[in-house]
Design a protein around this ligand. Structure first.
Ligand code: ATP
Length: 869
């Protein structure tokens, strides 16, 4: 802050105010010397989030302003904290070398970091993409686009609002942008869960967006990307490119294409299904989503790819079979999988490294990492190519070892480089003659300094004499006060400290000049050579991006093989039939989380469109109905992402939509009536059915009265069975035993129950699926296990017995007869008359006069009385 006395009026503060006004809503980090400073409200916020001292400048004057700052080298520590706290952070740097200018240094914002746009390794999660989403609601459709700036992946999709919401839930963007016009709608939908930002309305215009995209991709049209007819998503994607510019992200050559997310290519998972099946997120704290079981990838790219695969399961048999066959090869051929896995483990985050090349942010150490990653490609390629599988050969063909770049980095960059590119020691000897010459001078100069030091020690007899360096005097000799009188005449005193004095000599100055001059020039040359290396690397962006994608695929498929082996999964048969036939299926997550000693009870499931389209599953609470429903969906989805499945065998007729609906009280949603939510979601299922849908209905109707609930559940089953166009496969878990009657009238409805065994007054959960309905729910028994007070349990049993009797008596009548009043609780004496006698005995006693022996006799009397039956 050397440039200012009073912060508001100085030229520095004027400059600050001008820049600040250009970035409304952003917290401005303003570089002053070696510090990033914040002022005013920004300072108050920053000091809170970063826990740094808040001071005031010009205290008491009209120009008083809050101030908080931190050293510039701590940016990587503090920036992520600000971004995670939800701030948009504008980084304003000095654009000139302060040493070279008189007066105020030119400054400007070099980057606006937002939650969805970041390159900082501390903000990014290794295993997760950092997506920015842009949404646009058009007349005919909703458009959405996702960009991960750190990897260059760019997607476009469009469809109805449901579809877009589902994608947003799956992609879990860190930030969502939209137009100001649609702010009200989208903020309501998103702002609770996501960071949001509204752009000017004109940004969301078709022509503008189209132009932006073709300029970015350097193409004449968007036809080559298959998004030409995707008007709404083109608008959403164009707005993302505009936002990049707005936030000073100008080097974006790694964003070279856009992929269409075609609704028709992937299984439709509505957002409730992604949530209920806990595919990528768990619904409870500490819960385990499916991805945690399936993810044994060894590269960050693989991990990120797997997440995308899991929310976008395939529908195309050929594509699924290709994945399955590669998993099978890795599963059976250990030698091959080890040969591929070992180099893969060394590869690191190739995708994000090459993005850093594109935006010119790669440091020398990362360039070395890039080299190490590239070195691993050839062994993977060879291992795959040497196998006789065509699918593996195809993958091998797509890998590009980038020899030229690899050799260049290997030849030019030293192995012991530091993170900074301006501190020397970057470039190997033999690359540039001038550089070698300068290194020699710098190095031998330093050597010569040591000789001077040695000589002067001998000459003066000052054993502790040292030559040191600082920026103010350059090289100097430091002498402690005790040796001051030994200093020779020809030394020139430069500084007096408390315990020592500092001197320079003519000779030192001459050498200093030589060394510093050489070093300065040397740094410039090294920087130039390093920059040229970055430019060469930039030529390889498309090849390296492709490598990253192929390696991610290999990593996911290897991971499937590893998981399959570890968890005893089987290779599913996926076909175009309408039959799902799972033998001894298990729930992939629950089976891993059971208490020690318990093992998962496998079950068979058969569903088709001719004989067994709808399975009504009854059974007591806690029997395992929900687990069974979910395992069928998870096995189906796992098969369709190309993974082996937890079963002894599984034949999966390709499913195109999976719907899940869980009875209202299972998931509380804020604001709306839970039953209303249950019904809205069920309605959405019934309105979006297809022939290949898989539907899981878990206790539908339980959010309302029994009669209403049974009636709704009943008519839903009828609707699904009698639909004129579709016969969707359905699993219907319910406590309404009445639904078992449906089997009699509807030929494709079959009753099953998850069995329990009654032993005395206890029930044992067998978890085995059996044909036929079941009579009891044993809910009261479960309440007892859960620790419900005994009185409530007894009373519940009393009411249950009455209701069951009443039901048979009043068959067909709607109203149940009055429930008998609870028997009033008896007092202890009524329950046991002996206690009354004891009471009378105690009443007659006088504790002050009774002797110890008499007391003992009385006690004996009480004991004898209580033993009486
Ligand atoms: N096949 C199985 N093998 C072993 N344990 C199981 C099995 N199925 C379920 N479980 C265990 O039983 C618990 C209860 O299962 P689940 O929630 O599926 O019961 P439910 O019948 O749906 O109960 P409710 O009707 O009360 O919702 C699960 O959390 C799991 O720990």
């Amino acid at each position: 802050m050397a440039e200012t006395k009073s912060p508001v009026e100085t030229p520095l503060m004027k400059q600050y105010n001008v820049i600040k006004a250009k970035y409304p809503g952003a917290l401005l980090l303003f570089r002053v010397g070696d510090f990033y400073e914040t002022f005013g409200e920004d300072a108050v916020k920053a000091s809170k989030v970063l826990d740094i001292v808040l001071t005031k400048r010009g205290a008491g004057s009209s120009s008083e302003i809050e101030l908080a700052g931190f050293p510039h080298h701590s940016l990587d520590t503090y920036l992520p904290k600000l971004v995670r706290a939800g701030h948009r952070v504008a980084i304003c740097d000095q654009l000139e070398d302060p040493k070279m200018v008189k007066g105020i240094v030119k400054r400007g914002v070099t980057e606006l970091v937002t939650p969805g746009l970041s390159f900082n390794d501390n903000v990014l999660e290794r295993k997760q993409n950092n997506f920015l989403a842009s949404v646009f609601g058009g007349k005919n459709a909703f458009g959405v686009s996702f960009l991960d700036l750190s990897t260059g992946e760019f997607f476009a999709a469009q469809g109805n609002e449901n579809y877009v919401m589902k994608l947003i839930q799956g992609f879990a963007p860190s930030e969502i942008i939209f137009s100001k016009q649609s702010r009200e709608k989208f903020e309501l939908l998103f702002s609770e869960e996501y960071s949001t930002y509204a752009l000017e309305d004109w940004v969301y215009g078709y022509d503008y967006a189209y132009e932006k995209l073709i300029t970015q991709f350097k193409t004449a049209s968007l036809k080559g990307f298959g998004v030409e007819d995707f008007g709404e998503s083109i608008i959403a994607a164009g707005a993302i490119l505009h936002y990049l510019e707005d936030t000073e992200h100008k080097d974006t050559s790694h964003i070279s294409s856009i992929s269409r997310l075609d609704e028709d290519r992937y299984v439709w998972l509505d957002k409730f299904t992604i949530r209920n099946l806990e595919i990528v997120h768990s619904q409870q704290d500490g819960g385990v989503p499916l991805i945690e079981i399936l993810d044994r990838t060894v590269t960050p790219m693989g991990s990120r790819q797997l997440r995308k695969w899991m929310i976008l399961p395939l529908k195309d048999k050929v594509a699924i079979d290709e994945r399955l066959s590669i998993v099978d090869t890795f599963y059976t051929d250990h030698f091959l999988s080890d040969k591929v896995c070992d180099p893969l483990k060394q590869i690191g985050d190739l995708e994000r490294l090459i993005s850093k090349v594109a935006v010119n942010r790669i440091n020398p150490r990362e360039m070395l990492q890039l080299k190490r990653s590239l070195k691993c490609i050839e062994p993977v390629k060879q291992a795959l190519a040497s196998h006789n599988s065509d699918a593996l050969k195809k993958l091998a063909d797509q890998l590009h070892p980038c020899e030229f770049l690899l050799e260049k980095i290997e030849k030019e960059l030293r192995e012991d480089v530091s993170i900074n590119s301006n501190q020397g020691g970057l470039i190997k000897e033999g690359i540039d003659a001038e550089l070698d010459e300068l290194s020699k001078i710098a190095f031998s100069g330093k050597d010569y300094l040591m000789q001077i030091q040695k000589r002067e020690v001998e000459r003066t007899g000052i054993g502790s004499l040292k030559i040191s360096y600082n920026k103010v005097f350059g090289y100097y000799l430091e002498v402690s006060n005790a040796n001051k009188d030994k200093v020779p005449q020809d030394w020139i005193r430069k500084q007096t400290l408390v315990n020592a004095e500092r001197y320079i000599t003519e000779e030192l100055k001459v050498y200093e000049e030589k060394i510093l001059h050489a070093e300065e020039k040397l740094f410039v040359i090294e920087q130039r050579i390093f920059n040229a290396l970055v430019t060469t690397a930039a030529d390889f962006i498309p090849q390296i991006q492709q490598n990253a994608r192929v390696l991610a695929t290999i990593d996911c498929l290897l991971s499937f093989a590893v998981v399959a082996k570890a968890n005893k999964y089987a290779k599913p048969v996926v076909d175009d039939s309408l039959i799902t036939d799972i033998k001894a299926g298990r729930h992939p997550v629950i089976e891993k989380k059971l208490p020690i000693g318990e093992s998962y009870v496998p079950n068979d499931i058969f569903l088709d469109s001719d004989k067994q389209q709808i399975m009504i599953i009854t059974g007591p609470n806690m029997a395992g109905k929900s687990a069974l429903l979910r395992q069928v969906a998870l096995i189906t989805l796992m098969a369709q992402i190309g993974s082996f499945v937890p079963a002894t065998s599984a034949s999966v007729g390709i499913v195109d939509k999976v719907f899940t609906r869980v009875g209202a009280s299972d998931n509380l949603s804020k604001g709306e009536s839970t039953f209303m939510v249950e019904m809205t979601e069920t309605a959405s299922i019934l309105n979006n059915l297809s022939h290949r849908s898989l539907i899981l209905m878990d206790e539908i109707g339980r959010g309302t009265s029994t009669y209403d609930g049974v009636s709704i559940a009943w008519s839903i089953v009828e609707y699904l069975h009698n639909h004129k166009d579709f016969k969707p496969k359905t699993l219907f878990a319910t406590h309404y035993h009445e639904l078992n009657q449906l089997e009699e009238d509807l030929p494709r409805v079959k009753n099953f129950n998850v069995s329990v065994k009654e032993v005395g007054d206890k029930i044992i959960f067998m978890r085995k699926l059996k044909e036929g309905g079941s009579e009891h729910s044993f809910g009261i028994h479960v309440a007892q296990i859960a620790g419900m007070p005994n009185r409530v349990v007894l009373r519940s049993n009393e009411i249950l017995h009455f209701l069951e009797k009443d039901k048979h008596k009043n068959e067909g009548k709607r109203k149940i007869a009055e429930i008998p009043k609870p028997t009033p609780q008896m007092n202890l004496f009524e329950m046991d008359p002996r206690l009354k006698e004891v009471q009378e005995m105690i009443d007659k006693l006088d504790i002050n006069t009774i002797s110890p022996v008499e007391a003992l006799l009385k006690l004996n009397e009480v004991i004898t009385l209580m033993k009486r039956k």
